[in-house]
Design a binder for this molecule. Structure first.
Ligand SMILES: Nc1ncnc2c1ncn2[C@@H]1O[C@H](COP(=O)(O)OP(=O)(O)OP(=O)(O)O)[C@@H](O)[C@H]1O
Ligand SMILES: [Mg+2]
Length: 213
């Protein structure tokens, strides 16, 4: 599903050099590392949003940074879903309207059970600005799952949540991946949450190191 080879990237200073990563269907991967180590940057590279200084990323056997803009947009629309560290919901609209957009674009259904499990069914008609950080985070998760992607990229998806809600979100993501044969690549600083994944990598000393659970 995902194959990344020899990725290197730097901004003002090098973040990582020659890292490679492979993710199979149904596999759940966690990436941990200290703040500023480049986790979000790596996720943006893997998820089509940032071309690395060098190296290649293949999603579904396509070399994504050699695709035409239109093909890239189709890939994002139909096959991948990203939960950003900072939520990009449409402000000024209700949570429900935000889900509706995903539902129309992907021609799917809004899953009422999912809204209940995420505990956002009671606030779904409120304006995004009136929701707490954790509620917005759960709306972002519902929006991404409504699109039915084959790969989910998630940057600290449980960052704003209490333990119980965090583990519920992990259960939901896990069940989604199993049921839809989808993969998950998530960034977290929470080692307990990372352990819910099949594989854990640590971004450290310019490299990506596989940890044994
Ligand atoms: N667009 C950018 N331009 C310049 N520097 C950037 C840019 N994006 C990130 N950086 C720098 O790259 C480094 C890594 O940032 P990144 O957001 O990937 O870290 P992170 O591991 O996700 O951290 P955190 O755990 O705090 O979210 C930081 O020093 C950041 O300032
Ligand atoms: Mg980050």
């Amino acid at each position: 599903m995902i194959k990344a080879t020899n990725l290197s990237h730097e901004f003002d200073y090098p973040l990582f050099k020659n890292i490679s990563l492979e993710v199979k269907a149904k596999e759940k991967v966690a990436i941990i590392g200290v703040s500023g180590s480049g986790k979000s940057t790596l996720l943006h590279i893997l998820s089509t949003f940032l071309k690395p200084n060098s190296g290649e990323v293949y999603l579904f056997n396509e070399n994504i940074y050699s695709l035409k803009e239109k093909e890239l947009i189709n890939l994002r629309k139909n096959k991948t879903g990203i939960i950003f560290q900072f939520h990009y919901l449409f402000n000024g609209f209700s949570a429900f309207d935000n889900l509706k957009v995903a539902q129309i674009l992907a021609d799917t259904k809004i899953d009422e059970t999912l809204l209940k499990r995420l505990n956002i069914d009671n606030v779904i008609h409120q304006n995004i600005q009136t929701l707490s950080g954790g509620q917005q985070q759960r709306v972002s998760i519902a929006r991404v799952l409504t699109k039915k992607p084959k790969i989910i990229f998630a940057d600290e998806p449980t960052g704003n949540l209490d333990r119980e809600s965090a583990f519920e979100v992990m259960d939901i993501l896990e069940e989604y991946c199993d049921k839809n044969e989808a993969s998950l690549v998530m960034v977290t600083h929470d080692e307990e949450i990372a352990k819910k994944c099949n594989t854990i990598y640590k971004l450290e000393n310019y490299g990506l190191h596989k940890l044994t659970k």
